[in-house]
Design a binder for this molecule. Structure first.
Ligand SMILES: [Zn+2]
Length: 261
């Protein structure tokens, strides 16, 4: 058993998370109820991905799930949480990535799904695309802020580990609106890169850290598919809602995908 503790970025609540090596699919446990790490369990995609089942819920699951994806740990993990929002930690997936490496006897990854056809979704200026081909994730962002601007990241599974250090970011101009809605109560300079008009208030870990973080979020959400995808997946100005929409579309288009490992 491995334990990590910290505060939720939106709730500001303390959350203790224990990771257990068990048999069967990856799942969360909250208030004694199990919540599968699956597309069907997504109940909220605004600002973070929240899963729910039987009245129990757990939010901000994407960074931990991205760590599991980067480690190719597609099954055999139970994640017990003491509050409804997983801790933000330092805003990246680094601590999760290190913690899950200590789980004993990692199970072999399931066979990847190889979709035969392309899929394309648009939502305003944003779009998602999935094409047959080798496993690759591509993400692009565009922010009006001059210190962020347009950034892209593309890579296959061998490069996913380089995403785990990329931290959550936000604009100071958005902060007040979030706080007014009761969100971001746990946000501080230790867990989010804040951009004011001049630029980031803390040194970046990589020049394109914002898009790397977006790719990390996408990797975590795509984990909910339950098995690796042997496909080229691209998001332009992606969001948790767009990731979820692509997954739902893919599940419909590939009935064989329902055969969860
Ligand atoms: Zn994130």
């Amino acid at each position: 058993m491995i334990a990590l503790e910290g505060i939720g970025i939106h709730s500001g609540r303390r959350c203790r998370v224990t990771l257990h090596r068990i048999d069967g699919p990856v799942r969360f446990r909250r208030s004694g109820r199990d919540i599968p790490a699956a597309v069907d369990a997504i109940i909220d995609s605004r600002r973070a991905t929240t899963l729910g089942a039987d009245g129990a819920r757990v939010g901000m699951v994407e960074h931990l799930l991205a760590a599991l994806a980067a480690r190719s740990l597609w099954s055999g993990v139970l994640i017990e949480a003491s509050s409804d929002e997983l801790p933000i930690l330092d805003g990246s997936a680094r601590a999760w990535y290190d913690a899950v490496a200590d789980l004993p006897e990692p199970p072999a990854p399931p066979e990847a799904l190889r979709p035969a056809r392309s899929l394309r979704l648009t939502a305003g200026e944003a779009w998602a695309e999935l094409d047959p081909g080798g496993a690759q994730l591509c993400c692009g962002i565009h922010y009006d802020h001059p210190a962020i601007g347009e950034q892209r990241w593309c890579g296959g599974p061998a490069r996913y580990p380089e995403l785990v250090d990329a931290r959550t970011f936000g604009l100071r101009s958005e902060e007040q609106a979030l706080r007014a809605r009761g969100l971001a109560s746990g946000a501080n300079l230790e867990n989010v890169i804040v951009y004011d008009e001049e630029g980031p208030l803390v040194p970046l870990r990589a020049e394109n850290e914002p898009v790397r973080h977006k790719a990390l979020d996408a990797l975590g959400d795509l984990f909910l598919f339950g098995r690796p995808l042997e496909a080229r997946v691209s998001f332009w100005r992606g969001s948790h809602a767009l990731h979820a929409a692509l997954l739902r579309e893919l599940l419909q288009a590939t009935p064989e995908a329902a055969l969860r490992p």
